[in-house]
Design a protein around this ligand. Structure first.
Ligand code: AQP
Length: 338
């Protein structure tokens, strides 16, 4: 009798799932730019890929130097991701420094990375200007750590905002340089974007960013969110209430696209001056609070149970150990370290 054909569902023969990885810095309070540009995709991709998400505290050390602040923000960021929909049964959530092998892999990657590649990174140039008193080496080597973050887990799908495009391109070059020198080892990571790859800040000019302070926070008290939205710069050419608005260039109107399906009606009100900027902002506050209402409740509950969050993070790091051990054994062997 011939053997039955192996079923596609057979666990022994199922093809390995493609891995997805992304990291977020615990450098401040999460904002709607983080969510619309990246976290929404973390949540959506949990079921499509074997997904691994990380609070990148090593990265945050380049700008955050107070131990208690870093510890608190790390737990708050993990709490935020869980509140926004990451489910430890469907993805792995952990803290970067809990798998310190990533620092070893970064060092190994630095030996295949020309300094000139790192020096041309736009965020390095930016940070050098923004914090001239603290141009630490971590700011320069950030992309090598990012490459290590991703491929330590042999992940190839990376949900990020568009501001990370240059970093990811450099990560790909570093991985390619390693593969060229030591033989095919790592997949080249690819970015995946949401419908809102760049969310502008309340100034309406620069990307929303914790370090700039032009954010609309997700978990701040309602009054603070109201203050942040009401301070938004709108269409600067709309001087009088009766002037027609230009929704295409008004950041408040743009944000309405993501908090309701009637944004065209709202835009029409602006164009015809039926509504003014203040009305449109007030409505946005309402919509944001309604949209994030359930997540804000979960956040408050989880924040009151830090033991639960810490356990999820510990289990996440432990779950990754076999993958990390296998990658590092392969890399050390290929590089002649054993
Ligand atoms: N404004 C944004 N629009 C779209 N996506 C964004 N992201 C951040 N800001 C926007 C995406 O969110 C993920 C996590 O980002 P991060 O906090 O680790 O670092 P970041 O990009 O540097 O965010 P910030 O707020 O600007 O942090 P600071 O000020 O500390 O440097 C990333 O995928 C990012 O693309």
């Amino acid at each position: 009798m011939s053997e039955p054909a192996a079923s596609a569902a057979s666990p022994a023969l199922a093809p390995p799932r493609v891995r997805c990885f992304s990291g977020i810095q615990p450098s401040g309070a999460p904002h709607i730019g983080n969510d619309l540009g990246a976290i929404r995709n973390y949540v959506a991709l949990q079921d499509r890929f074997e997904s691994i998400y990380c609070i990148v505290d090593f990265h945050a050390l380049t700008t955050t130097h107070d131990a208690e602040t870093l510890r608190r923000r790390t737990r708050e960021m993990a709490t935020a991701l869980l509140a926004l929909g990451l489910d430890p049964a469907r993805c792995t959530l952990f803290v970067q420094s809990h798998r310190p092998e990533v620092a070893e892999l970064m060092w190994l990657f630095l030996t295949v990375t020309p300094v000139s590649w790192l020096e041309r990174t736009p965020t390095y140039k930016e940070k050098r200007e923004n914090q001239p008193e603290d141009v630490n080496h971590g700011l320069l080597t950030y992309p090598a750590l990012m490459a290590a973050d991703i491929v330590l887990y042999k992940a190839s799908v990376v949900p990020v905002g568009r501001d990370q495009a240059a970093h990811l391109e450099l990560s790909r070059e570093i991985v390619r340089a390693f593969n060229n020198r030591y033989g095919p080892t790592f997949p080249e990571p690819q970015a995946v974007y949401t419908q809102a790859p760049v969310v502008l800040g309340t100034d309406g000019v620069r990307k929303m960013s914790k370090s700039i302070g032009n954010t609309i926070e997700i978990f701040a008290p309602a009054d603070e969110i109201r203050r942040q939205v009401m301070s938004m710069v709108t269409d600067t050419q709309r001087i009088k209430r009766t002037d027609p608005g230009r929704p295409e260039i008004c950041n408040v109107c743009q944000l309405h696209r993501f908090f309701g399906d009637d944004y065209e009606e709202i835009w029409d009100g602006e164009r015809t001056a039926r509504t003014g900027c203040v009305d449109t902002k007030k409505l946005l506050v309402e919509r944001i609070l309604r949209h994030y209402g359930p997540a804000r409740e979960r956040y408050a509950e989880l924040l009151a149970s830090p033991v639960i969050v810490d356990r999820i993070l510990e289990e996440g790091a432990a779950r990754l150990r076999p993958i990390v051990d296998a990658t590092m054994a392969e890399v050390r062997e290929k590089m002649g370290l054993r």
